[in-house]
Design a protein around this ligand. Structure first.
Ligand code: EPZ
Length: 421
């Protein structure tokens, strides 16, 4: 099992290339199931979660050809062999549940394991199920698997979502493209990854309106065709690396960064005393003074502050000047990085979904353990600012969502290396 060793105290300077979005690619790849023509994805990220999705799709009979060292993925579901998504794969990655909508839409059946809970919460699928049932699917839970059928195919319907769930919006959006009639998703998620998926589906021939707003209207068509689609920039990887110079000092340009993807996050950075400016190639980030200022953060659905940047922001606020209140409103258990940061000398008090962070002058390097993808990233970032050496174990969490984090950070001057333990 690998660990990441970080030595703090070196200011960073240089450029970091931001990759394509993991959470866009994990929805775009299952879209191949909607058409027998090939789907080509460019700017695809090279991550273990993408390998897991590839394995899942291949287990259904999808042909996946990886080119340009994984940056281009060509997928074809012309010769399907199964409509069952096995527990062994689904339990490793919740996003596997995104094959449910497309399989139902084109094959009128699917057997998909429930993903089970994960470190950050129970993460049920009730919104996915009720949305697809509104479109005529019969879905039954048997021995941990959702058994779904849509006799005669799915029908367009009005689908009001109790909560603007990203995954439920994606499953219902994909299913609706081949349903008979019109589907209206109300209180739809507005994340950039939804917009990216809608654009890809449209280039395959889908009739979609309103993506990026709370109401998405889809007129079903008989079939979808081939397409080539560039995966949108990863706004969470972007926000993670934008924080690196805030921790360590210096100035970093994040290539491919776009302000429109992370406005709520940049607003908080500005309030914390961080300069973010647009360049022709991305975003330039620099801390205004020697110490950031405390700010309050509440995670919300897009366009609010993203829950996937909460851990990284908390780590930064551990050494800010003043007291910050962080409220996690999306997941019920997403403060597991707090005890690890406390081991590094942070002063954090967690009460349910609220964390109070009293800024300290400096963190101290320690051995810490990652518990989920974004918590891992927050600990690596904390190591950049800490006195001495920080060892982050269970780096496999990081590899799910960050391409060679140690290479990207050492290229801008960080003292960081990956060691096998
Ligand atoms: C997506 O997960 C992302 N994953 C998550 O990123 C991200 O944190 C999350 O959206 C919120 O932005 C991918 O896109 C692959 P949700 P998803 O459905 O779709 C509850 C990362 O680090 N809910 O919007 O699973 C759920 O329990 C990952 O890259 C229901 O109650 O998120 C949670 O509390 C972590 N019933 C909340 O909604 C449902 O049917 C948000 O879930 C579905 C969800």
């Amino acid at each position: 099992m690998d660990s990441i060793v970080v030595k703090g105290g070196t200011p960073l300077n240089g450029k970091i290339q931001i990759a394509g979005a993991k959470n866009a690619a994990l929805a775009l790849m299952p879209a191949t199931l909607l058409s027998e023509e090939p789907l080509t994805l460019t700017n695809a990220p090279r991550l273990s979660d993408i390998k897991t999705m590839t394995q899942l799709l291949q287990s259904l009979g999808v042909e996946v050809t990886s080119m340009q060292n994984g940056k281009v993925q060509v997928l074809s579901s012309h010769d399907m062999t199964s409509t069952t998504a096995d527990y062994e794969i689904v339990r490793k990655m919740r996003a596997s549940n995104l094959v449910l909508g497309p399989l139902l839409a084109r094959h009128h059946q699917a057997v998909v394991s429930l993903p089970g809970g994960c470190a950050i919460g129970a993460r049920p699928m009730d919104l996915h199920v009720s949305g697809l049932e509104a479109m005529g699917a019969q879905i039954e839970l048997k021995d941990g698997y959702l058994h779904a059928v849509a006799k005669g195919g799915l029908k367009g319907a009005r689908v009001p979502l109790r909560f603007a769930s990203v995954g439920a919006t994606e499953n219902i959006l994909m299913a609706a493209t081949l349903a008979k009639g019109t589907t209206v998703i109300e209180n739809a998620a507005r994340e950039p990854e939804i917009v990216d998926l809608a654009r890809c589906l449209r280039s395959m021939g889908a009739q979609i309106d309103g993506e990026g707003t709370s109401t998405i209207t889809i007129d079903g068509v008989d079939r979808l065709g081939a397409a080539t689609h560039p995966v949108v920039t990863d706004r969470i990887e972007l926000g993670t690396y934008m924080l690196a110079p805030v921790f360590a000092g210096g100035e970093v340009e994040c290539l491919g960064g776009r302000l429109d993807l992370i406005e709520a996050f940049v607003e908080k950075l500005d309030a914390a005393g961080v300069d973010v400016s647009e360049t022709p190639d991305g975003l330039l980030v620099k801390r205004r003074n020697d110490r950031a200022r405390a700010v309050d953060v509440t995670t919300e659905v897009f366009p609010g502050f993203p829950t996937d940047l909460q851990a990284q922001m908390m780590a930064m606020l551990c050494t800010a000047d003043g007291t910050s209140i962080l409220e996690e409103k999306i997941f019920e258990n997403r403060f597991m990085h707090a005890p690890e940061l406390i081991r590094m000398g942070a002063n954090i008090e967690v009460q349910g979904g609220t964390a109070t962070v009293n800024g300290v002058e400096r963190l101290k390097g320690a051995r810490v353990m990652a518990t989920d993808l974004r918590a891992s990233a927050s600990l690596v970032l904390a190591g950049l600012a800490a006195e001495g050496e920080t060892v982050v174990s269970r780096v496999y969490h990081l590899d799910r969502g960050y391409e060679h984090i140690e290479e990207k950070l050492s290229a801008v001057g960080a003292q960081i290396e990956r060691v096998s333990e």
